[in-house]
Design a protein around this ligand. Structure first.
Ligand SMILES: O=P(O)(O)O[C@H]1O[C@H](CO)[C@@H](O)[C@H]1O
Ligand SMILES: O=c1cc[nH]c(=O)[nH]1
Length: 235
């Protein structure tokens, strides 16, 4: 048990999929896992452990933003010894060739700040995905009928952004989409020698202003979840 996760030792699988939304964790666990058990409800940040094709998996909500994700990922790694951590999140598209509901595999995650920024001082650390997971996710995506893009994303501290100039620089440098957690996930995975990846579904488009209803963000991103599961257990 930790301060934020009520699971007993052994209740959390080595492979943890992390949606920001705890109700996406509930939907995904009910939809994709068998023999499912709820393992966390502290602060409503739901977690579930079950089996996907014989493999033990935990879906654990991580909340919104890097400070929240940092709490869950620190506890999942340091107390529960999680080895593979895959974020399954929504994001805003930043390029015109990226469409609503497309999948993005985040090779790198640029950020202005993160809970880890202070330990790097003057260094601009480059948070990046685990190569074996990224390669496996790209291969898995080929058998899904969903346009998939691999490249850099931007992990922002704000959803309601007041710095359009920053977004302009991201767009100019080919950043595919914006979300709020991956950079800290990649940094913590690097620190503790774990595997991490962010598989994202485009829920908003910064250029067109399109935005999916919250019900769809919670319960419709099946391709993203399947790609993450297939990557996690690829041979
Ligand atoms: O859908 P999730 O996984 O929460 O991810 C995105 O959605 C939230 C903002 O609506 C932020 O957490 C952002 O990163
Ligand atoms: O951080 C996020 C997440 C989803 N959509 C956005 O536009 N931003």
């Amino acid at each position: 048990m930790t301060i934020h996760i009520d699971a007993a030792p052994g209740d959390i699988a080595e492979t943890v999929l992390l949606p920001g939304d705890p109700y996406r964790a509930k939907w995904a666990a009910e939809h994709f896992l068998s023999d499912v058990r709820q393992v966390n409800a502290v602060r409503g940040m739901l977690g579930f452990t079950g089996f996907w094709q014989g493999h033990r998996v935990t879906f654990q909500g991580s909340g919104m933003g890097m400070p929240s994700l940092s709490i869950y990922v620190n506890e999942l790694i340091r107390t529960y010894d999680a080895q593979t951590l895959i974020r399954i999140g929504s994001c805003g598209a930043m390029q015109s060739h990226v469409g609503l509901r497309d999948v993005i595999l985040a090779m790198t995650a640029t950020t202005l700040s993160s809970p880890s920024a202070s330990i790097f001082r003057d260094v601009n650390f480059a948070p990046c995905a685990d190569w074996s997971l990224l390669r496996a996710a790209a291969a898995a995506a080929e058998s899904h009928d969903v346009p998939t893009h691999v490249g850099g994303i931007y992990s922002s501290d704000t959803f309601y952004d007041e710095r359009p100039d920053l977004n302009e620089q991201m767009v100019r440098h080919g950043i595919l989409g914006v979300e709020m957690e991956a950079a800290e996930l990649y940094t913590l995975a690097a620190r503790y020698g774990r595997r991490a990846l962010a598989v994202l579904t485009v829920s908003d488009h910064l250029e067109t202003g399109e935005a999916l209803h919250h019900d769809l963000r919670e319960r419709s991103f099946s391709d993203m979840v399947e790609i993450a599961l297939e990557a996690a257990f690829a041979e």
